[in-house]
Design a protein around this ligand. Structure first.
Ligand code: FAD
Length: 410
């Protein structure tokens, strides 16, 4: 019997296992993860999970019920790390010493949170990142047992801002420190960043831009954060949300090509035969955007899981999906489709009589390349269709909110 071994049982890995069965893989499937929790959705960790009142909750939303893995005869091995891959023997070695031979290997090891090299950070007990269920439990516990509910978050990206919104809902006094001149500098254009800056300020979160933490000192009760501009903040809880790095270790060991992620071809195969990489860890060439990229999103992980499964069972398929992403902060749902990088024209459409409902449309020359929709599902869906089908739309008509969102109106 053939063996498919999948390293990493999160959005990419768990979906890949299910898809393999759906697409007719008859062999064994081993799904291995260091994390001991039944594989769960990560986006709610910074959203719903952190804003629940209940103490000590561990109700993480499973990707699939345990019975599904049993029904599909997927061997789920949780709480175990793949410590080594031996290319010559086509085998992986687990932290309990077990060896599993593979015919096909899928690396879905995702990414880990970066802890920036700030003096004193390593020895500070109350510093958390937010990537896993364990991290979320830790933050919740530290927050709920703290006296003053003073939280400092280093990093004004999506994870930092969602965490700010969630803990603010629970009455936290939240300060966000951002090194760049604005929040969301790496991931969103100015217009959108400004909107979120105002949203947080209106909700009582203090955001300090051009502010880098340079030294951290912990006393029994609090943490002191010293910054490059002389500002000093104190916190009960310190959370770091400064980005992630891909977990490429196992691929490096077998000599697969790495460049900000594991390089894969259009079939999601690495430079090593029978070894594939998907999800946050994979660096791929996007045929529509004509660029190498590594995406950090559920959509990318799930879609690549489907494509890799078909390639493994022999129905060759290339990956060319338009990326999409979302973020929830307070009452605001942001949905983004496409990639706005390199846009030459931007059009903002507000909706008459609807507060907090607008969309930003990005064009590169004449082509629509991305839409950011704030509380506006219609703009997100329609924009996605236009981009996917390469439909030319008139920016002036888009900006005119008397024209309803219907496919043939633009
Ligand atoms: P990961 O989820 O990183 O999983 C990789 C798994 O591999 C981990 O479980 C890890 O334990 C395991 N692993 C690594 N190395 C080994 C090894 N050697 N042996 C065994 N196991 C190993 N995306 C969105 O689209 N929308 C959102 O709103 C959103 N919000 C988010 C909020 C938070 C708090 C976080 C953390 C992420 C969010 N994301 C969001 C991003 C999204 O969760 C990731 O893009 C997605 O999880 C990527 O899935 P993955 O399977 O590629 O990697």
């Amino acid at each position: 019997n053939l063996n498919c071994v999948i390293i990493g049982a999160s959005h990419a890995g768990a979906n890949c296992a299910m898809e393999l069965r759906k697409q007719g893989w008859q062999g064994n499937i081993y799904l291995i993860d260091t994390d001991a929790h039944l594989p769960y959705h990560r986006p709610p960790l910074s959203k719903e999970y952190l804003s629940i009142e209940e103490e000590g909750a561990t109700n993480f939303k499973p990707l699939f019920a345990l019975e599904r893995y049993q029904e599909e005869e997927i061997t789920l091995q949780l709480g175990l790390k793949v410590t080594k891959v031996i290319k010559k023997l086509k085998s992986v070695i687990l932290s309990n010493g077990e060896t599993i031979r593979y015919d096909k290997l899928v690396i879905a090891t995702g990414a880990s949170a970066i802890v920036p090299p700030i003096e004193g950070i390593e020895s500070c007990r109350k510093v958390s990142v937010l990537r896993s269920a364990k991290d979320a439990i830790q933050i919740q516990q530290d927050f709920k047992t703290s006296t003053n509910k003073e939280v400092v978050i280093i990093g004004g990206g999506y994870i930092g801002l969602e965490t700010a919104a969630s803990l603010r809902k629970l009455g936290g006094n939240i300060t966000v420190l951002e090194r760049e001149e604005r929040i969301l500098a790496r991931v969103a254009p100015i217009a959108l960043a400004d909107y979120f800056q105002e949203l947080h300020t209106a909700n009582g979160v203090k955001i300090h831009t051009v502010t880098s933490a340079i030294k951290i000192k912990e006393t029994d009760a609090t943490i002191e954060i010293q910054c490059n501009n002389g500002n000093v903040f104190t916190a009960d809880v310190l959370i770091v949300g400064t980005g992630v790095k891909p977990n490429t270790f196992v691929a490096e060991e077998i000599g697969a090509e790495i460049n900000n992620g594991i390089k894969v071809d259009e079939n999601l195969q690495t430079t090593v035969e029978d070894v594939y990489a998907i999800g946050d860890v994979a660096q791929f060439y996007h045929p529509t955007y004509k660029e190498w990229m590594r995406l950090e999103s559920v959509q990318n992980a799930v879609d690549q899981a489907k494509i890799v499964a078909s390639n493994i069972v022999g129905n060759t398929q290339n990956y060319n999906t338009i990326p999409w992403f979302w973020s929830d902060q307070y009452h605001v749902k942001l949905q983004m489709v496409g990639l706005s990088k390199g846009f030459t024209r931007m059009v903002i459409r507000t909706e008459a009589d609807k507060k907090n409902c607008f969309s930003i449309w990005y064009f590169k020359n004449d082509a629509l390349i991305a839409v950011d929709a704030v509380n506006n599902g219609k703009a997100f869906v329609l924009g996605g269709k236009f981009i996917q089908n390469k439909i030319l739309v008139d920016p002036l008509k888009i900006a005119d909110n008397t024209i309803p969102f219907k496919p043939n109106n633009f």
